[in-house]
Design a protein around this ligand. Structure first.
Ligand code: PXG
Length: 463
């Protein structure tokens, strides 16, 4: 509280922020013209800004604060570790107790065929590790020509050069001449936006079979891996039709390529099981983890490695790869405590048995709103498709994202953090959200939809 009391006025903070801080994924000129929202503290599922306004955090920070804010156990574990050993590396044949304990815990939670983990500092870094690891794996097995990695259009795997390339965000590719060679992309299983008149399961099969066609086009002897998020997060909470993942798994089983599940968002309970791969019955060779691993309390990420890949790598001598902060002891201690909270309090089961069905029921009712073309959810991720014409699932005539931004602003004003991706509204709240907080979230979302509808009408944008 002392810290709070000493804060300068909001305008001064905004002015200094504008003068010196370059924000990620931000139009700097536009932001500086209005000033950034200054978040000063948080508790449970709520955020507070420098003007004392309270928000229900429908995004769990950036899809990561799974156990909610204000968990002193994590802070205390980090403090104890800082006192004992604030830093040591895991290079040069050394290790330390927190990284050992976290590795053991993580691999006990992962599917049975996964018993190893390689640590990184962020999801992007972890996907850079994936990139190099899959190529190194095949080279070790005497197949150095298996190099190509297939990703998906509109997939998101991070912001470094390799992660941006693996992702399928064209706007990102345009900045910096990406993707790098050896990466291709197939279409996403986005039925609402791209499925037309097809039955969703038929559409899911069709999109999955693009993987088979792409492997054939490139040549199986040249393809190293396929990477995908079980549910695409940043792409707009694209929940695949049920037919999709079994078909992808069949193709990967029949072909000699590795399956990489990017679990950065889906991991650690988001979909109602420990991993999205559990929810969809996938058996990946590698799993990228970050975000919910520490609930965002400290930066830590990694790649969960199957026995098959670990055994292959073991034949290859030294893998010239790693980060100063691979297995950072304080981050490991925080992550371990976070996993103990998730497990000890039955939070993952709580998502599956209580929160997800409750949200699904309330959320689906928003589908009746005149502005909504589809309301979908899985576990505790959900999306609303804004449309001027429900029956046709039509896009707006205005530039993509215009309606979404209007709706998002009404959400913020009414004290709800709900994001927009184009004209898709998305949420990913802390997994500890109670039923009454879900009621509040849905009520606030509905209010924002009403206000957005009125504004779109008034500005003649409802077309
Ligand atoms: N994979 C997935 C599936 C992600 O969602 C990353 C990798 C990269 O993680 P790091 O820790 O390097 O950011 C992510 C991150 C958004 C948004 O706008 C989403 C992410 C990051 C920033 C913004 O939804 N996801």
């Amino acid at each position: 509280m002392t810290f709070m009391a000493n804060l300068p006025p909001t305008a001064e903070l905004q002015q200094k922020d504008a003068a010196h801080h370059l924000h990620p994924f931000t139009d700097t000129a536009e932001l500086n013209a209005k000033g950034a929202r200054v978040i000063t503290r948080a508790d449970g599922v709520y955020l507070h800004d420098s003007d004392g306004k309270k928000y229900l955090d429908g995004m769990a920070g950036l899809w990561c604060v799974n156990v909610g804010y204000g968990r002193n156990e994590i802070m205390e574990a980090a403090m104890r570790q800082m006192q004992q050993l604030p830093y040591y590396n895991t290079f040069f044949q050394t290790t330390h107790p927190p990284v050992i304990a976290l590795s053991e815990k993580l691999t006990s939670l992962a599917p049975p065929h996964i018993n190893h983990v390689f640590f990184a500092g962020s999801g992007s870094e972890a996907n850079d590790t994936v990139f190099r690891m899959v190529r190194h794996y095949w080279a070790t097995l005497g197949k150095p020509e298996k190099q190509v990695i297939i990703g998906r259009k509109n997939g998101y795997h991070g912001s470094t050069v390799a992660a941006t390339s693996l992702g399928g965000m064209t706007a990102m590719h345009k900045q910096g001449g990406l993707p790098i060679p050896g990466v291709t992309h197939i279409d996403q299983p986005y039925w609402y936006g791209e499925g037309g008149d097809m039955d969703p399961d038929e559409f899911g099969l069709m999109r999955a079979r693009q993987l088979e066609a792409e492997i054939d086009r490139i040549g199986e002897d040249k393809v190293a891996a396929f990477i995908a998020e079980p549910i695409q997060g940043a792409g707009g909470v694209v929940i695949p039709p049920e037919s999709y993942w079994p078909e992808i798994q069949r193709i990967c089983d029949e072909r000699d390529i590795l399956l990489v599940a990017d679990e950065v968002i889906c991991g650690f309970g988001r979909t109602g099981k420990w991993f999205g791969s559990d929810t969809y019955g996938i058996k990946p060779d590698l799993m990228t983890i970050a975000k919910g691993l520490s609930s965002g309390y400290l930066p830590i990420a990694g790649v969960l490695v199957s026995d098959r890949v670990a055994e292959g790598l073991a034949e290859g001598g030294e893998f010239y790869h790693g980060y100063t902060y691979s297995g950072h002891p304080v981050a490991c201690a925080a992550a371990l405590t976070n996993l103990e909270i998730l497990e000890g309090e039955g939070i993952v089961e709580g998502v599956h048995d209580r929160a997800a069905p409750y949200l699904a029921e309330k959320w689906s009712q928003l589908g009746d709103h005149p502005l909504i073309g589809e309301a979908r959810s899985k576990g505790l991720v959900a999306a609303l498709e804004l449309t001027p014409d429900k029956a046709a699932r039509a896009p707006f005539a205005a530039a993509k994202g215009t309606a979404g931004l209007i709706c998002r602003e009404h959400c913020f004003n009414s004290g709800l953090v709900m994001r927009h991706v184009g004209d898709t509204m998305i949420i990913s709240p802390p997994l500890v959200i109670s039923n009454s907080e879900i009621d509040e979230l849905v009520t606030k979302a509905e209010q924002a939809l009403d206000l957005a509808l009125a504004e779109l009408k008034a500005r003649d944008l409802l077309k």
